[in-house]
Design a protein around this ligand. Structure first.
Ligand SMILES: O=c1ccn([C@@H]2O[C@H](COP(=O)(O)OP(=O)(O)O[C@H]3O[C@H](CO)[C@@H](O)[C@H](O)[C@H]3O)[C@@H](O)[C@H]2O)c(=O)[nH]1
Length: 443
């Protein structure tokens, strides 16, 4: 059967994974490649009802809702990941059988190890897309080199030793920044990352300039190509900013005066920590725009009327708005890339998994913000007073420290935009990926 320039994209079911896979799909479509995007029926509905809409050329294929619903999945994240590992395999295999043409490649999220086995069984190259930082990928890939005591979580929690001592290429991340990996779905993650060694190449949503040391060391370690194609942010294809109440509100605020707050698309902080943050924001008197998925009126009540609380927004449009001067973020890697791209400094409040290492990178390596983890008390909770003082210092445009991180944020914005422009590192890397994996078979 003749093969056209066709790939199958299989994202992990989560906003932080679907968004970057969608960006890559758009990039491929722009190069004239056909993309079949496989998601659950629920995610098909969610994607088609959120802004920006997927490109009309994208061919969706859906599987039944065989995993827990996106609504409320944060309540049992481990079970959710387990279900994705087990339940999606068979329905995706069945779909594959219905494809009219053998795709030239399967681009699968690294968190879907079964996709690598599926491609290898059928002789289709699998390109593994990692949606976190290359540094975090390297931590997982080299996990056995880290200290492995009986109770590693206790050992690393307060350990400020640099991971670099054990894993080359990772400069600023400390052992205490990766304590979460010992308590989260570690076994599944290690299985996923080690299976990625059996894929035919790795794709990173990061960009070379951002993580050059770790990318170089991964290139030495992995015996297949490693492509950096990011920052994979939606504004490579600028959606029209749809008018909305919060954008109108932002239009009426002074330049750089608003703190944008989003603590993730599905996981949140504890109730007590939430109260401290909200009271701290209130006391700082700084203008804010807070995206909260639930309890909107409660958030508004705690924070006062110096800002707005909304259930969802087009994040990149908000970050690009001239009134926004800072981002209080949980440091999901997409938010990390988006804020670097927009040139907005951060107050890092990482919650779990890779987020603590992203917070470290943002504050200590890329120097675009302050890491709130570093000022928390012994109980791990940040008090309202600490939040208030940190927010005031961060948003005070006259303070030298705040000026410095703003300057660095703008530098990274420029560098990231150059990376994706014609001739830039990610532009070249994507073209190389296409010629190596999609155009290598003659039509
Ligand atoms: O109101 C909102 C809130 C979020 N977003 C978007 O949703 C995505 C959220 O992604 P991310 O910032 O990465 O957060 P999570 O969804 O929490 O990301 C999960 O996936 C990431 C990538 O693997 C990991 O780094 C995180 O730890 C993990 O929680 C981003 O593109 C945001 O722009 C919006 O568009 N509007």
């Amino acid at each position: 059967m003749a093969q056209s320039r066709h790939v199958v994209a299989i994202p992990f079911a989560g906003r932080g994974h679907i968004n970057p896979m969608m960006v890559l799909s758009r990039q491929l479509i722009a190069c004239g490649i056909h993309v079949t995007f496989i998601v659950t029926e629920e995610w098909h509905g969610l994607i088609n009802s959120s802004h920006p809409l997927p490109p009309p050329e994208l061919n969706f294929m859906t599987i039944p809702n065989c995993i827990p619903s996106e609504h409320g999945r944060g309540k049992d994240h481990k079970d959710f990941v387990k279900a994705v590992f087990i339940e999606m395999t068979e329905p995706v295999e069945k779909l594959r059988d219905r494809l009219e043409q053998v795709p030239r490649a399967i681009i699968a999220d690294t968190a879907l190890p079964w996709a690598v086995d599926m491609g290898n069984r059928r002789g289709i190259p699998v390109c593994s897309l990692f949606t976190g930082s290359a540094a975090f990928f390297s931590v997982l890939l080299n996990f056995e080199k880290l200290p492995q005591p009986e109770n590693p979580h206790l050992l690393v929690r307060e350990n400020d030793e640099l991971v670099e001592k054990y894993i080359p290429g990772i400069r600023s991340i400390k052992l205490s920044d990766i304590d979460e990996i010992y308590v989260a779905s570690l076994e599944l993650a290690l299985q996923a990352v080690s299976t990625a060694r059996k894929a035919q190449c790795m794709l990173f949503t990061s960009f070379y300039e951002l993580e050059s040391c770790v990318i170089d060391s991964l290139r030495e370690d992995l015996n297949y190509p490693v492509y950096t194609i990011g920052p994979s942010v939606p504004h490579l294809f600028p959606p029209e900013a749809k008018s909305s109440d919060h954008l109108t509100w932002l239009d009426n605020q002074p330049k750089n005066s608003v703190l944008y707050i989003s603590l993730g698309s599905f996981l949140s902080v504890s109730r007590s920590q939430f109260e401290e943050i909200a009271m701290g924001i209130h006391a700082s008197k700084v203008k804010f725009l807070w995206v909260a998925r639930e309890n909107l009126s409660l958030v508004q009540e705690y924070c006062g009327d110096n800002g707005l609380v909304v259930p969802w927004c087009d994040q990149l449009n908000v970050l690009r708005h001239p009134s926004v001067g800072g981002f209080l973020t949980h440091c999901g890697f997409n938010s990390t890339l988006e804020t670097l791209f927009a040139g907005i400094p951060v107050l890092a409040l990482p919650i779990l998994w890779d987020q603590k290492s992203n917070g470290r990178l943002l504050a200590d390596e890329w120097n675009t913000g302050f890491n709130l983890r570093d000022i928390r008390g012994k109980d791990g909770i940040l008090s309202r007073e600490e939040i208030k003082l940190a927010v005031m210092k961060f948003m005070d445009l006259e303070k030298t420290e705040a000026k410095e991180i703003r300057k660095r944020a703008l530098d990274w914005s420029r560098t990231s935009k150059i990376a994706v422009k014609e001739g830039g590192s990610s532009f070249v890397s994507l073209k190389k990926f296409i010629s190596d994996f999609i155009d290598r078979v003659e039509c």
